[in-house]
Design a protein around this ligand. Structure first.
Ligand code: 5AD
Ligand code: SF4
Length: 351
């Protein structure tokens, strides 16, 4: 177990020290989770959101956002396309919506997606040999009641991503309005409920936030270890014009990129067998950074399979829409694999 001091020291490495840290994380990742990278097709289902997080480009108070929700047909087409391309797993992501229609729509979609097979999606059976017969389904749909989490799990979703965003309660409070809809305690409770509902649980933070320091980042990593997470998605904070946090003083982009790479590498050393995603936000700040993350401890990548016209409206931060498509053929990708968290599987077997 690393101490705060040891973690802070690793996070301060630069140059060849940082290169060595990333190389060690890569070695640990390959030994614990295998050589190939696990892909998930990301479906940005809706940019409606009841929350108003101060950093986010689709916050409820943001003007000029063309709000959309994909049709069920569009989602199914995107999911089939993901399967055809060898992405054996999909992530359904949206803002936080808690209406009955939304809850039922997600439930139906999960059930339908679980019925897709490589053959029904149009993959040649020979090519699909060894592929998962049903796609893995991850949800990233914000805070919901335990009952809703259970319904979606019963429908077939097996993983859920809910970032804590900042594990320090004080910092969390500077990033969210104090209006009764943004409670740190409730977010922690939601993470606990996801466990109760049986999901592989993923969380993560933003890196380089206004007001955040090295101590916060070390504490974030220890928070994830204590929570015994199965998956992690963390990325650099990227300013979004028009949000309340825009214009505050920030570490330079280079610093945020390097710190995200080091956070990824250190988390890998702390939790060798979890799934860690290489953040898309990295690519926004540096065209080579996502690929560096994948050779520095990350083992998950989420190519966007959302229909093009909706994609530009799912704008969490500036320039997100200009990130080029991830080319899975440029990497050693686990084609057709559902890609469950090995950490989670090991825990199940010990029960
Ligand atoms: N910069 C980086 N990440 C952001 N997110 C939202 N806004 C921003 C931003 N400005 C992230 C949050 C959320 C995820 C879906 O997108 O961490 O959990
Ligand atoms: Fe909504 Fe998520 Fe953006 Fe917060 S970060 S406003 S919950 S989409």
């Amino acid at each position: 177990m690393f101490s705060v001091g040891q973690i802070t020291k690793m996070l301060s490495l630069q140059g060849s020290g940082m290169d060595a840290l990333l190389a060690e994380a890569h070695r640990v990742r390959v030994a614990a989770t295998g050589e190939c990278i696990r892909p998930r097709g990301l479906i940005e289902y809706s940019n409606l959101c009841r929350k108003n997080c101060l950093y986010c480009g689709i916050r409820s108070g943001m003007d000029g956002v063309g709000r959309y929700t994909l049709s069920e047909g569009q989602v199914m087409e995107a999911a089939r396309r993901a399967v055809r391309e060898g992405l054996g797993s999909v992530v359904i992501q949206a803002g936080e919506v808690t209406t009955r229609e939304h809850i039922e729509a997600i439930e139906r979609l999960v059930r339908e997606i679980k019925l897709i097979t490589p053959e029904s999606a149009g993959v040649d059976p020979v090519r699909a040999r060894g592929w998962s017969s049903s796609p893995g389904v991850t949800l990233s749909l914000g805070e919901q009641s335990l009952d809703v989490y259970r319904r979606w799990a019963d429908a077939g979703a097996s993983r859920y991503l809910l970032r804590i965003e900042a594990s320090d309660e004080k910092l969390y409070r500077t990033l969210h309005p104090h209006d009764g809809r943004h409670s740190y305690r409730r977010r922690i409770e939601a993470l606990e409920n996801l466990r109760k509902a049986g999901y592989q649980v993923g969380t993560g933070v933003m890196i380089g936030l206004p007001g955040q320091n090295a101590g916060h980042l070390a504490a974030d990593l220890l928070f994830m270890q204590r929570a015994d997470i199965d998956m992690c998605g963390m990325g650099p904070y990227v300013e979004c014009a028009g949000t309340p946090l825009a214009g505050l003083s920030l570490p330079p982009a280079r610093w945020r990129v390097d710190m995200t790479l080091k956070m990824t590498a250190v988390l890998r050393l702390m939790m060798p067998d979890i799934n860690i995603a290489a953040a898309t936000a990295l690519e926004t700040l540096d065209p080579h950074a996502r690929s560096r993350a994948l050779s520095g401890g990350a083992n998950v990548v989420m190519p966007n399979v959302t229909p093009r016209d909706a994609r530009s409206e799912y704008r969490l931060y500036d320039n997100k829409e200009y990130v080029p498509d991830f080319k899975i053929d440029d990497y050693d990708v686990c084609k057709g694999a559902a890609g469950d968290s090995i950490h989670f599987e090991k825990k199940l077997k010990n029960i």
